[in-house]
Design a protein around this ligand. Structure first.
Ligand code: NDP
Ligand code: OAA
Length: 432
């Protein structure tokens, strides 16, 4: 097959001599080779970074199309470094050229999320919009010299990028624009998650775990699980860990304690302004929050809305939504699943309500207090105290999610209702 070379943002012009062989032997362990191909009949291109050595690019034999591939070869020269490493984990990330990913990818590659003995392969999904930017992301990853980062793949087709993925971090989604109604956002982003879930269903690892970050994340995850019938429902998560972190910060500040003293702090419900940061069960220094912060009015009327509206407050100051703290919370979320949860503590994640012990509608993705044994899985904690205040607030968030579900009924196979009754009282944290 003809292989045409062309200029690209990766590599210097002098490095753009694409060899036709696929031999791998002899390449420097740290050599990065990037490859871009286009669909049948279109120009195919192979490029090598300035750092690449003399050998051929990888990828062609695997038949990637519309996929750039950057590969760090197995480091046979450092057996001491690698001998205790686990099997490489394949982590797919969408919206990979976006703001959150710009922080997250480097945390993933460094080993601080999945562990210093866990090599990873990053499979990054962009789009026509972000093709070139994604090459820039790959360059920065390359220049960061992370030994645990074994391979980087770039692509724009979810069916290729999600292949065999062990984790899919679904960050990419359209932000709400001026004049756009929330139901429009539900529909536009819902379609993205429908398509990506179908792709995951076809090509991801059968135990792939999914974390939805792109908003409205609970309902996007609900659409995802409905469109991926061959993947376990319980493997779908929507991110509410940022809300938990925000709640811990406010409680610690109010109590004049360090934030690590705040435990058992759950978020219930939707990642929206109806979310319920649970001060009833949360503890500071091992004591229930209401016994430490005796100002109930503050807890109900200041703390609760402050946490729920934190995203919007930040957008007003920063001009864009939280990115660094969101990435940190994604890392926290993942670490919580691979670390045994300490006794009397919990972490928050929005997961399927099927079989939940709190009487919540069983067909939602709802944030609840969870614990893990550290194996990547979780269980919903069943003994949280639900007082009248919590029960009423949880109901409000449940009602909002039921309305969101009705709005996206056309994207949920087998849904019995597809009528959108969303009003402006249902908002993302950034929409107040
Ligand atoms: N759950 C949570 O706690 C939080 C969730 N979020 C949400 O995370 C998402 C990503 O945020 P952030 O990284 O800051 O956003 P950015 O705008 O920086 O990146 C989002 C990416 O989404 C992709 N995208 C997919 N479809 C579209 C589309 N139709 N129009 C525009 N872009 C699209 C784009 O990538 P490409 O061009 O490659 O397709 C873009 O790079 C947002 O939905 C945001 O609301 C943010 C903070 C907290
Ligand atoms: O509203 C947004 O896009 C940002 C968001 O979710 C948050 O900061 O919690």
């Amino acid at each position: 097959m003809m292989v045409a070379t062309m200029s690209t943002s990766i590599g210097s012009a002098s490095a753009l001599r694409a060899p036709s062989s696929n031999k791998r032997a002899g390449r420097s362990p740290r050599a990065l080779v990037c490859r871009a191909q286009k669909q049948d009949g279109q120009a195919r291109r192979s490029v090598r970074s300035a750092a690449a050595t003399m050998e051929a690019p990888v990828g062609e034999e695997e038949g990637f199309q519309n996929v750039w591939r950057a590969s760090y070869e197995a480091d046979n020269e450092s057996p001491e470094l690698t001998k205790n490493w686990k099997k490489t984990m394949k982590v797919a990330v969408t919206g990979a050229a976006g703001q959150i990913s710009n922080h997250l990818l480097f945390m993933l590659a460094s080993g601080e999320v999945f562990g210093r003995d866990q090599p990873i392969q990053l499979q990054l999904l962009g789009s026509e919009r972000s093709r070139v930017a994604l090459e820039g992301v790959a360059m920065e990853l390359e220049d960061s010299l992370y030994p645990l980062l074994r391979e980087v793949q770039l692509g724009i087709d979810p069916r290729q990028v999600f292949a065999d993925a062990d984790w899919a971090l679904l960050i990419g989604a359209k932000p709400r624009g001026p004049g756009m109604e929330r139901k429009d956002l539900l529909d536009i982003n819902g379609q993205i998650f429908q398509e990506q879930a179908q792709a995951l269903n076809e090509v991801a690892s059968r135990d792939c775990k999914m974390l939805v970050v792109g908003n409205p994340c609970n309902t996007n995850a609900l659409i995802g699980m409905a469109n991926a019938p061959d993947l376990p429902k319980r493997n779908w998560h929507a991110l509410t860990r940022l809300d938990e972190n925000r709640a811990k910060c406010q409680l610690a500040l109010k109590a004049g304690k360090f934030y690590t003293s705040v435990t058992n702090c759950a978020i219930w419900g939707n990642h929206s302004t109806t979310q319920v940061p649970d001060f009833v069960n949360a503890k500071i220094g091992g004591k229930r929050v209401p016994a430490v912060i005796k100002d109930t009015a503050w807890l109900k009327e200041e703390f609760t809305p402050k946490v729920a509206n934190r995203g919007g407050a930040l957008i007003k100051k920063w001009g864009r939504s939280s990115a660094a703290s969101t990435a940190v919370s994604v890392a926290d979320h993942l670490r919580s699943l691979y670390t045994p949860t300490p006794m009397n503590d919990c972490f928050s994640t929005a997961v399927s309500t099927e079989g939940n012990p709190y009487g919540i509608d069983e067909d939602l993705v709802f944030s609840m207090p969870c614990r893990s044994t550290g194996d990547g899985d979780y269980e919903v904690i069943d003994d949280f105290v639900i007082d009248d205040w919590l029960a009423a607030k949880i109901k409000e968030s449940e009602a909002e999610l039921q309305k969101e579900r009705d709005c996206v009924g056309h994207l949920i196979p087998g849904a019995t209702r597809a009528v959108c009754m969303i009003t402006e009282d249902t908002m993302l944290p950034g929409e107040n």
